[in-house]
Ligand binder design. Structure first.
Ligand code: SF4
Ligand code: F3S
Ligand code: FES
Length: 234
């Protein structure tokens, strides 16, 4: 069976249609690779693992931020339209420029161990006995699943409207992973407050598109908002 796939061409500033023969189990990335190999090798597209692990193949597939390597063609009715994520500057065709996102990530105050749990010898391996609960570890592990695919940023209307005034869901996940580490000592509430977490009105679009199934809104954003409000009340 053949399917039509339309890919965004930055040179032509429009979608260009191709017809691709489909086999059972193919994903959108397979169809894009077929187009590269049989019609136009100049199309720019990023991918690496083809297994949903590297986060590099994000795009808008029929308007939904998705990983091309995890979206099966048989899950889409009708024609397939693939455009670059629109919240980022476009470099060429399906390739976006995430430079600003890496700068924002670097601005997050880094992990600093609570010195009260380090022995006086300053030997980090000679920490005092502390109790780590399974709940604490599980919570941090969830955020470590982030593959930095940027789909949550692309799905977020608050990021689109307020741009750099709102840090965005991916970075709240990173901040929460540090804040919820029981060994950490940094207070990042003022940082998140200044970075516009109030612009998030918990629409949960970020959670819906996350391929790592992180409960971004419920487990990262809402607890961080509550911590900021607690500080203001106190
Ligand atoms: Fe991607 Fe999820 Fe990480 Fe956002 S939180 S960058 S959607 S893996
Ligand atoms: Fe945006 Fe997610 Fe909040 S989509 S508005 S960060 S719940
Ligand atoms: Fe790595 Fe799709 S190619 S996530």
């Amino acid at each position: 069976m053949d399917r039509k796939i339309k890919l965004f061409s930055s040179k032509q500033e429009r979608l260009v249609e191709y017809t691709v023969p489909i086999e059972h189990g193919m994903v959108v990335l397979d169809a894009v690779i077929y187009v590269l190999e049989h019609f136009d090798s100049s199309i720019s597209v990023r991918w690496n693992c083809k297994a949903g692990r590297c986060g590099s193949c994000g795009a808008e597939i029929n308007g939904v931020p998705s990983l091309m390597c995890k979206t099966r063609l048989d899950s889409i009715n009708g024609d397939i339209e693939v455009l670059p994520m629109k919240v980022f500057p476009n470099v060429k065709d399906l390739v976006i420029d995430p430079t600003d996102t890496w700068h924002i990530k670097k601005s997050i105050p880094n992990f600093k161990i609570n010195e009260q749990i380090i022995s006086k010898s300053n030997d980090i391996t000679a920490t005092k006995n502390i109790t780590l609960y399974e709940y604490d570890v599980t919570r941090a592990q969830e955020f470590k699943r982030c593959i930095e695919c940027f789909l949550c940023l692309d799905s977020c209307h608050a990021v689109r409207v307020h741009k750099s005034a709102y840090i965005g869901p991916m970075h709240v996940v990173k901040t929460a992973s540090l804040d919820m580490n029981p060994l950490d000592s940094i207070d990042r509430r003022e940082f998140l407050d200044k970075k516009g977490i109030r612009f998030c009105n918990v629409t949960k679009c970020c959670t819906e598109v996350c391929p790592a199934k992180i409960k971004i809104t419920d487990n990262a954003i809402i607890p961080e908002k509550e911590r900021i409000n607690d500080k203001k009340v106190i």
